[in-house]
Design a protein around this ligand. Sequence first.
Ligand code: SAM
Ligand code: SF4
Ligand code: SF4
Length: 393
Amino acid sequence: MHVMIIPTMGCPANCSYCWSSEETSHIMTQKTTDDIIEWLKDFQKEPTTFTFHGGEPLLAGYEFYKHILGRIDKELDFLYPAYAIQTNLWKMDDEIAELFKQYEIPIGSSLDGPRELNDIQRGINYYDNTMKGYQIARKHDLNVSFISTFTKNSIKQKEEIFEFFKQKGLNMKIHPALSSIKSHKSDNFAIDPEEYGNLMLYLLDEYLDVADIMELKNIDHLCKGVLRKKGCVCTYVDCMDSTFAIGPDGSIYPCYRFVDMPEFKIGDVADKPSYEELMNTKAELLLKEYKEYVDENCSDCKHIDYCRGGCPYNALVYGDGNMEVSCVDPHCEAYKMIFDKIDELMNQKLDFAFDELNDVIEKDFNFTLNVGFENKPEDSKKKFTVMDIALKP
Ligand SMILES: C[S@@+](CC[C@H](N)C(=O)[O-])C[C@H]1O[C@@H](n2cnc3c(N)ncnc32)[C@H](O)[C@@H]1O
Ligand code: SF4
Ligand code: SF4
């Protein structure tokens, strides 16, 4: 189970494309955090990751985290809690960093690339504020990786952005800028599916040379998904019955991206709703319908097992937030481009392995296995293969 806790939708930054920051949002009260704990005591009994998200989750401050982490750790230990936080790091200090170290909390932060490029998109001084927090986190030996949000503008400088993360040895994940159900603020930043597909192909190619000095999490996840035939991040699995997001006032939603949208509210922690009650709400039934829509409309696609139609939120954006399912994730074209490439490279690698095996068998036993292949793959100059990436621990 994945429980996302959104202590506030407020944020001191003002990123130009952000659909997730609300100036008037208050900070979650102690009563609400206590309601979360009491609710989860009798909810589902399965290993759970708690992710703090926002808005800007560090605005909640040290006492908030000391209290909630202490209670989860002691009273919800039967959920084998694991933690994560997604933050711009502006409010990171030694006290919070030490606390996060105690609970081994990996940090996801956000930086779009070099200072000038970043600050054009995310606002003046964003870069310096985040890097200051990053230094504090590293001083306390915390594991930090960055989301770089690629927009219609910054994608033109994809080489410079990748080089920046590579030179600094920073782990990264990319977000394609997306439109939102809540507002049209980000529409002009969104990149189209073909641009996104080409970006992923470019990044895969680059990453195969440097996978030992940095992590590019999207590519890791995609390669692992293709090999295992099952997605390993929310975008590529049926996330709907195992993810719950709790907004600052204790309202429950199917994901953090729906927070503050009354039509997607499925309950309130103070009422201690059961799993069955949540699953029978209008929003959850809509997401179940999405799953069925994917089974029907993607049935001919060879990537269905590790794509699952992508993200239902993205699909709903294109229905303009209407409570009806009318398409799969509009990034489908991009997913096909990158999955096709990984699949092809992975099969080449397997073909090559069988060829090698046949050479040995022919030599020693004088017969050929049926699984041999006529054509050897082209010699690649890359340091790593997609199989190396897929098998990374
Ligand atoms: C909404 S923020 C919340 C957490 C924290 N304030 C941060 O910036 O990391 C999480 C991530 O969503 C990304 N994001 C915001 N608006 C977006 C949009 N329109 N499309 C894609 N990603 C977006 C941000 O760049 C950030 O990396
Ligand atoms: S720091 Fe995060 S929440 Fe704040 S405006 Fe930027 S993307 Fe939005
Ligand atoms: S790649 Fe497209 S068609 Fe294939 S499963 Fe994903 S969304 Fe469906």
